[in-house]
Structures are given as C-alpha cells and as structure tokens.
Design a protein around this ligand. Structure first.
Ligand code: GDP
Length: 312
C-alpha cells in the first residue's frame, strides 16, 4: 500500500508516517518550502519516507505529487492548526485549512478518482455545541475562523463522496496531544512550564481561559485509526474521542501536582489571552468508531499529562 500524507512535518503526520512505514506501507509526504527546517527531523524519524515538495496553496504541485507518489490513500493532515492565530490570519487559515482540502480532492478527481481520501476533521466544528456529548450527527456551530475552515473541508469531503463517488472519509478528531504538540497549544504550554518551574528556570505561567473544557486524547491512538477508516468498504465519517472532558484548571492542577507543585502558586489567568469567542466545552462520543472499526483509545487524560510532563 502507498500513502501520501499532507502535513508530514506536524505531530499527526509524523506519527502516521512512522506507523504506516512500520506496517510496510510506502509513505510519501508533501513538504512545503525548499529549506523546511523540519525536513531532517521527519526524515530521521522515518528513513524510508519520500518527501515531495508541494504546497496546499498550489493546485498543480498537489497534482504532480499524486502523479509521482501514485498513492492508494491520501491522508490530508496539512492545515494551520492553531485556533488562536485564526483570528489574526483568517484568510490564510481558510486558504490552507479549508481550500487546501478542496485542492487535494480536485487533484484526486483529475489524476485518479480511485485514490482514497481521509480528511482530518475537527471537534472545533462543533464549537458552541448543540448537544453533549458530540457524535457524527451533532449539528456543527464553529466558533473561530479555524472551525469554519475545517467545516468547509469536512463538507467538501462529504460532497466529493456524494458527487463523484470518491472514497472520501472524515475523522472528526477531538484534541489529541503528545510531546510533539507545539507549545502554542495549552497542553504543551502547561507541561513544558511545569518542567521549567520545577527546575527553577521559570516562576509563573500566564494562561487565558481556565474554565474551558476539552476531551484530550493521545495523538498516536488517533493516527492508528486513520488507516482503518481508509480501509472500510464504504467511506464514512467517524468521531474519535476519549469520552472524558477536563478543564484547563484541572489540567494545571494535575500537571503541577506531578512535580509536587501547587498550580495556584504559579498560574495566572490573563484576560488578554482570552479568545474573541471560545469553545466552552467539547466532549466526544466515539461509539461509532468503537462499533464499526473496533477502535479504542489506549491512553487517557492522566497518562497523557504524565507522559507529556515526563518528556518535557
Ligand atoms: P484548541 O481546543 O484546538 O483551541 O486547543 P488549545 O490547546 O489551543 O486550547 C484549548 C483551550 O485552552 C481553549 O479553550 C483555550 O482558550 C484554552 N486556553 C487557556 N489558556 C490558554 C493558553 O495560554 N494557550 C492556549 N493555546 N489555550 C489556552
């Protein structure tokens, strides 16, 4: 089997490439920029990985990548992933995260409609969620330019399935974390700060909204599910989540506690870090993925935070 992964230098792309290569797949990654600083990093993680230069902003480069890689499956993990920046650069966010998926699907249509497609959809599409927990039939109500762009990509995935019969599926993934998560995300911001504060290298940690709740899972678990989705007889959409939600304050309490620290001595909440519109709570119901794919997350909140503090 042959895979082309967009977003190859990200947390998810790197885990998926490792897993697929270990399972005997030929793995190709679309990489942006001739001097991408993460090229050597991802190449050393997966020596057999073949990198192809291209950009989700450039239709013809995606098409050429498909011709070169001849993939059975394209995993579209390429996006600008940080919700916070999406208010500052909403047009770029939409171009990459939203239209990027459309460009890949158009390239599949042009090169070979038999290529399967898996879109990394997001729990941010549920936004101000209409029901709790959220499952595949929960209405979407995105609350950020990121959520809106992901929702466009999601609908276009479903639309290309229905219009052209492309085997296009979406994994609606709730937050998924690991030591490879960027420090702009709250889990990594907190766990690296705990390590620095415990070592005396930092005194305090400034955060935004401490009341927000998320369903935090383990990124490698979620990546393990994507080939299962691609391998189904029929394309479909699946929520991937742990079914457990915790607040940012609880995350602080637990992470600082691991280092024997009281989070209240170190954490400051600053309203300037609040978002124009936040998503108060996300909680996923992954019963469909469990029933149809036999997928189960292996790590839960406590294990994930412990692992991230340990690796910091
Ligand atoms: P998201 O769910 O994809 O937006 O993942 P993030 O890790 O960026 O944010 C999760 C939640 O943590 C959101 O509700 C944020 O508003 C909240 N949060 C509180 N303080 C911070 C902070 O300092 N940085 C980030 N990134 N999020 C914060």
């Amino acid at each position: 089997m042959r895979a082309l992964i967009t977003g190859i230098t990200g947390q998810d792309g790197s885990y998926l490439a490792e897993q697929l290569a270990a399972d005997g797949w030929s793995v190709f990654g679309l990489i942006r920029g001739q001097h991408n600083p993460k090229r050597a990093w991802v190449q050393s993680l997966v020596p057999s990985l073949v990198l192809i230069e291209g950009d989700l902003l450039d239709q013809s480069s995606i098409q050429r990548a498909l011709v070169a890689a001849e993939p059975d499956v394209v995993f579209n993990l390429g996006a600008l992933t940080f919700v916070g920046m999406s208010w500052d650069q909403p047009t770029l966010m939409t171009e990459v995260t939203g239209l990027g998926a459309l460009r890949v699907l158009e390239a599949i249509r042009a090169v070979s409609p038999r290529i399967r497609f898996v879109q990394a959809s997001s729990s941010e599409q549920f936004g101000a969620a209409r029901e709790t927990p959220q499952c595949e039939t929960t209405p979407f109500w995105p609350r950020s330019p990121y959520g809106v762009a992901k929702l466009f990509a999601h609908h276009v995935t479903v639309n290309y399935r229905e219009s052209y019969g492309i085997h296009a599926s979406a994994a609606i993934m709730f937050n998924h974390e690991s030591p490879r998560r960027g420090e702009e995300f709250v889990t990594r911001k907190i766990t690296t700060a705990v390590a620095r504060i415990a070592a005396g290298a930092q005194e305090s940690l400034v955060l935004g909204n401490l009341a927000a709740k998320r369903d935090w899972g383990w990124a490698p678990d979620y990546m393990r599910c994507l080939p299962l989705i691609a391998g189904q007889d029929e394309p479909d959409d699946f929520v991937l989540a742990t079914g457990e939600a915790h607040s940012v304050a609880e995350l602080c309490e637990f992470a600082f506690g691991i280092a024997g620290l009281d989070w209240r001595d170190h954490v400051v909440s600053d309203t300037s870090l609040f978002r124009p519109a936040d998503v108060p709570e996300l909680l996923g119901d992954a019963r469909k993925a469990r029933a149809v794919l036999g997928w189960e997350p292996t790590l839960r909140f406590d294990d994930i935070v412990r692992e991230m503090v340990r690796a910091a």
